[in-house]
Design a protein around this ligand. Sequence first.
Ligand SMILES: Nc1ncnc2c1ncn2[C@@H]1O[C@H](COP(=O)(O)OP(=O)(O)OP(=O)(O)O)[C@@H](O)[C@H]1O
Length: 188
Amino acid sequence: MSALALRGVACLRGGRLLFEGLDLALAPGEAALVTGPNGAGKSSLIRIAAGLLAPAAGSVTGEGARALMAEVPALDPELSLGAALRFWSGIDGRRMAVGEALAAVNLADLAPVPVRMLSTGQRRRAALARVVASAAPVWLLDEPANGLDTGSVALLEGLIARHRAAGGIALVATHLPIALPQARMVAL
Ligand SMILES: Nc1ncnc2c1ncn2[C@@H]1O[C@H](COP(=O)(O)OP(=O)(O)OP(=O)(O)O)[C@@H](O)[C@H]1O
């Protein structure tokens, strides 16, 4: 089961109120697209939903594990891509999921290559593989399309669609166009 609900959420950063009174309820299969100009608070909202940043007001509740794809992928640059992903999936008890996740983002061939040698778009897809491997029902994606070419954006859209079709939830912050059919729009 998956669910994510934000009620009356306000965000204060560095003494500035970025937004307030934000309500959003996502049920299984639903998605929301968070948009807004630079500095509007998109990343902050994703961090609030992840439980990494406390809202100044309101609450975040939900059901199911949440997987965060942050702007900087937390993958050890010195490890091979496969080993770096297995570190995290091992913590989730899902080491076996790495091969399938790498194939899902078209990076299977690069599993032996050190993370530091990956290109910008490959790093982004590697971060996505970490989310896929987690099998968490709630995906929190911060600028997932940054650095992706057209084909990789289509791949990202397909993975989100597959995740939703399986009952997952996606909260996506982006300043680039991403096709998320019937997504709620959250304009900051
Ligand atoms: N740790 C912090 N302390 C104080 N202010 C911060 C902190 N982190 C971010 N901010 C400020 O909060 C505001 C919102 O930042 P955030 O990264 O959430 O915006 P964003 O909408 O994701 O922007 P962008 O489109 O540029 O990525 C910015 O003005 C930023 O300077």
